[in-house]
Structures are given as C-alpha cells and as structure tokens.
Design a protein around this ligand. Structure first.
Ligand SMILES: Cc1cc2nc3c(=O)[nH]c(=O)nc-3n(C[C@H](O)[C@H](O)[C@H](O)COP(=O)(O)O)c2cc1C
Length: 261
C-alpha cells in the first residue's frame, strides 16, 4: 500500500498493468480434508503470534488512527455508489460509501454510514433525508476509475455524473437515476436514520447511520439466471474497498459446504 504523495504517479507507473481478462477461479479450500475439531489450517503457526491491545480512546491516540485501523482491518468492504436527487429534483448527486452492507432480505434492507453530523450532511445524505430515496449501485471493474471520481468534494449542486462520465438510466419507483454501467442497482427508500456522538468530544455529532429498504432491483441481463435469483460473479466483477486508497478485485473464490449438526 502506498501513501499518496508527490511520487505516487511514479509508483503507479512502476506497477504491473491491470489484467482485464482475469476471470474468477474457484480453488480448493486450504485444507480440503478438514474435519470437526481440526481448528486452524496453519499447523498452529497463528498461535505462536501475540496481539497488541488497543483502547480506541487511549491517551494521545488520534481518532484518525481508528479510522485508518478500521478501514484497513475490516476488508474487503462492499461499496454503495449512491445516486440521489434533491427533493425539488433540481440537483443530482453520485458518491461512493463503503460503510455499507445488506443486512436483511425480507424486507431487503441496507445500511450506509455517513461520516459527519446531520447538520452538515454530505450531499448524498442531505438528498436521502430530504427526498427519502436513493439508488445503490454496485461498482464493477469496468468503471472503477469513474466511480472513484464521484468521491470528489464538489459543492452542493455540482453533479458528479458529469465529472465521472457515468450514464444515467431511469429508475422505476424512485426519482434518482440508476448508473447504467452498473451490473446491479437497487432502488431504495429511506427507513430511518440514527445520529451518533463522539466519545472523544461528548456532544459533538460525528456520524449518521441510514437504513434503506430496497424496493426495486436491477441486474444486467447477462448477469442474472433464469429465475432471477443469482448474480453471476464472473460478470459482476465487483470492486471492494480496502485500506487507504486501495481497491480490491474478486478473482479467486472457494466453496465449503455449510455444516449440519
Ligand atoms: C471508495 C470510497 C468509499 C467511501 N466511503 C465512505 C463512507 O462509507 N462514508 C462516508 O461518509 N464517506 C465515504 N467516502 C467519502 C465520500 O464518498 C465523499 O465524502 C464524497 O465527497 C461524498 O459525496 P457527497 O457530499 O456528494 O455526498 C468514501 C470515498 C471513497 C472513494
């Protein structure tokens, strides 16, 4: 991983080229002969290592250390590329959020964590709370640069659609557009928000959780099976967020049957 600085372009240029044709490969698990009680598959190597205990609020620890620690340790994270529209329909917005996850399927529910208080809400959150709607688009390899460009700190009213060059496709039940390039998009209605306070500076509002219900799914024709229940990973080619400015691809997978008692 590299810290962005003056010579980032040089480091980037020194790296191998992106292997666009790489397909998802399924391998065996590390120990295909694993049986109940076997524990880890590393022969006990991990048991010889010690851990460092960290109090997130210990003296002298900056909150940014918690941010860096969490986004580098809780990986890979799905990214919700959120498209939203102001209540009056005049302003559109597009931005990525990786404090995001699907948390239920009946009803389909999604969570997104917005950094900062409601009072100074990011444009996406402002639109989401005022209009009660958004579209969550899944990011694939074929538009990762454009999706990243939407994170720009543009002033309210400046559309990230133009900046990114991504294409608006009509939604069905919400006003905000879908990203046409996305293999999968979810039209969503806001269920509720919950605002959180800082532990370091009591009283200071620092984050907002939004719970969004998925009311319409869109999946590209070549990525969905006949009964509309499975998305093909080989077509989806999802991009995840790792630590710092790193993104991940999913190019290798393994299958392990679910245990039964
Ligand atoms: C990959 C990626 C993931 C991000 N995840 C989050 C997140 O989960 N929460 C957040 O508040 N900001 C996140 N950001 C930063 C926002 O995208 C950024 O603040 C953006 O400008 C917000 O846009 P808006 O003000 O138009 O809503 C992320 C940025 C990137 C590049």
């Amino acid at each position: 991983m590299f810290k962005v600085g003056a010579d980032f372009d040089k480091v980037q240029a020194s790296r191998p080229e992106f292997k666009r044709e790489r397909e998802v490969t399924f391998t065996q698990p590390p120990n295909p002969n694993w049986k109940q009680g076997d524990g880890a598959n590393d022969g006990g190597a991990s048991l010889k290592k010690n851990h460092v205990e960290i109090d997130p609020h210990e003296d002298g620890r900056d909150v940014s250390s918690n941010y860096k620690l969490l986004i580098s340790g809780i990986v890979p994270r799905p990214i919700a590329l959120i498209s939203s529209k102001s209540k009056d329909g005049k302003t559109t917005n597009l931005a990525p959020f990786s404090y995001s996850q699907v948390i239920n399927h009946d009803p389909p529910l999604f969570t997104v964590g917005f950094v900062g208080p409601l009072e100074k809400a990011k444009d996406s959150l402002k639109n989401l709370t005022e209009s009660g709607e958004c579209v969550i688009n899944i990011i694939s390899e074929h538009f990762v640069e454009a999706a990243n460009a939407t994170a720009i700190n543009a002033p309210y009213g400046v559309s990230e659609w133009d900046i990114s060059g991504l294409t608006q496709a009509p939604s069905s039940v919400v006003q905000a557009a879908r990203v046409k390039e996305s293999i999968m998009s979810i039209e969503g209605k806001l269920v509720e928000t919950k605002e959180f306070q800082s532990r370091v500076t009591p009283g200071k509002k620092t984050g907002v959780l939004a719970i969004i219900e998925g009311v319409r799914f869109w999946v590209r024709e070549d990525a969905i099976n006949d009964d509309k229940s499975l998305v093909d990973l080989k077509v989806l080619k999802p991009i995840s967020r790792l630590g710092g400015i790193s993104y991940g691809r999913t190019t290798e997978a393994l299958e392990i049957p679910r245990p039964r008692f």
